[in-house]
Design a protein around this ligand. Structure first.
Ligand SMILES: C[S@@+](CC[C@H](N)C(=O)[O-])C[C@H]1O[C@@H](n2cnc3c(N)ncnc32)[C@H](O)[C@@H]1O
Length: 276
């Protein structure tokens, strides 16, 4: 079969479950051929050998079980970074780039801000801040050893050497040095949310679920955050679309000021900010 016919067949199969069947098929075939997508357009009539066809077929079959494209490819773009992803880490979402944008605004006037990224996963947030703000002193933590290994590999892969990675259950082993900015995209999904059994079931549960209300981790973080913040420091927490009223209230309850919820580009409540 040719490149074109393989893509046509695969995207038709994937249309039953994916919002982007053609793109998925192109990314997966490009991966099998070790070529960019532009190659597939230029060489659509080229025959694909049987063993590559077989590998591609296996990937499509796996994708048809809802298995994420990023895990099949083994990497994912975030900000200007190419990040390794495995089943040990949450796949970074484009929505989280909003958190990076707001974070950069909050530290733009500081030459060497101290920044803490709690629950770093792939390192996405910490590494994006480091890329844009090379003088920032960044600490990134996770309680998953496996996630930290990936995050450190991602720092190396993207030639970033300014992030200090720490194994920590939230603030447990973070030094009480005062930070200018605390960031977190913590687990925030209710433990009985049916999505946990559906398309996100391949991602680590401990990166997603946060008790009956989905607020367990946000409450834990907010319970200690002020002790780690300088005067005037900001905290930014990503949360669910339905948590935009409660999270600013929880922030006020612990004494944070200037709280607000910010919506993403789809006009969903996406993150909340507060200042010490
Ligand atoms: C939603 S994921 C976010 C990952 C990454 N920051 C991102 O935005 O793509 C939440 C992360 O928090 C970590 N985590 C969950 N519970 C934690 C805890 N008690 N202490 C530290 N990290 C935790 C998970 O391992 C996971 O990497």
């Amino acid at each position: 079969m040719t490149i074109q016919s393989l893509l046509k067949q695969a995207s038709k199969q994937l249309a039953t479950l994916s919002d982007s069947p053609q793109l998925d098929a192109e990314l997966l075939l490009g991966h099998c051929l070790n070529k960019e997508r532009s190659y597939l357009y230029a060489w659509g009539e080229k025959q694909v050998n049987a063993s590559i066809q077989q590998t591609f077929k296996q990937l499509i079959e796996k994708r048809l079980t809802d298995y994420p494209v990023a895990y099949l490819l083994g990497h994912k773009e975030f900000w200007s970074l190419d990040l390794i992803v495995t089943e040990d880490v949450l796949i970074p979402r484009p929505e989280t780039e909003l958190l990076v944008e707001i974070a950069l605004e909050k530290i733009q006037h500081l030459t060497a801000p101290k920044v803490l990224d709690l629950g770093t996963g792939t390192g996405a947030i910490a590494l994006a801040i480091a890329r844009e703000k090379p003088n920032a002193l960044i600490t990134a933590s996770d309680y998953s050893k496996k996630a930290l290994v990936i995050a450190q590999k991602n720092a190396h892969r993207n030639s970033i050497h300014t992030v200090n990675f720490i194994l920590s259950d939230w603030f447990a082993t973070i030094e009480r040095e005062k930070f200018d900015l605390i960031l977190s995209n913590p687990p925030y999904i209710k433990s009985d949310d049916p999505h946990l059994q559906q398309e996100i079931r391949y991602e680590p549960l401990q990166a997603l679920a946060a008790g009956e209300t989905g607020l367990d981790d946000i409450n834990t973080l907010l319970g200690s955050a002020l002790d780690y913040m300088k005067a005037d420091a900001w905290i930014i927490i990503e949360h669910g679309y339905d948590q935009g009223i409660i999270v600013p209230k929880l922030m006020e309850k612990v004494g944070l000021q200037q709280t607000a919820c910010i919506q993403d580009y789809h006009e969903n409540d996406r993150l909340s900010i507060g200042r010490k």
